[in-house]
Design a protein around this ligand. Sequence first.
Ligand SMILES: [Zn+2]
Length: 296
Amino acid sequence: MRITFILLIVLISHKSAYSQDAKEFSNSAFLKKLYTDKSYTDLKRKIALEFMHIPAGRWGEFVDGVDERILTQKKIVAFTFDACGGKNGNGYDKELIEYLRKEKIPATLFVTGKWIDSQFNSFLDLSCDSLFEIENHGLNHRPCSVKGDSIYGIHGTANIEEAFDEIEANARKIEAITNHYPHFYRSATAFIDEAGAAMTSKLDITAISYEVLSGDAIPFASESAIEENVLKNVKPGAIIIMHFNHPEWNTKEAMERIVPELKKMDYSFVLLKDFSLTSLNGKVSNIRKDVLFDIH
Ligand SMILES: [Zn+2]
């Protein structure tokens, strides 16, 4: 009886500690705190001054300063899954994650601050699992623009300061919760302008897009359509983009078909953080000395 009582108290306090953390790290509370942090506001001012006269450059998914693939000729690919957050994006595809765990498939997860707020305990659970790498998908899922460009009806950030908040605030939020400052940033929708990509690199973060579009986000995409998109376009070093915030989509069902086929083709699966990346035009923007440099 006594043990049960103690267990109950421990469980209750554990649960309330989680919800306390969730509150403390919520986008609004965390940003408010950052605005009083001199290291953050000084860096923001410095970046704003530096980029004041730099033109936005091209706006798209494959612009200069963005990487789309792993620098390798080996048969490896990186599965990357976004969690966008917001009104229609706050879900958690638990079955997909269970499948990845069961099959021991490493995956790089790009999360927004909004999604962390809605799935705080699941986020903690994922961030403790070395099968997964947590990376940055922006604080509020706003495409990274320095002049307010939009795409698919989603408003991008209006200026360099907003672009900075979108990337750096979420990077610090991830670091504050997990002790790991992200290596990579994928803009919401993958659209970004060249000034935004250059700014990302000043933060020691590599802006990435993708090489293989799975199409899992296309309304009502069937598992066979997603499978075909991946298998037709896969090549050594490909970064494959999918989502893990829509359990109602066919992502997991498609993965159950894609993974065995890729294995038959001798592909293995890696985390982005273990490799240097490159762009589709072959321009290497960031050779990382601390990771496997593997072009053979
Ligand atoms: Zn997204």
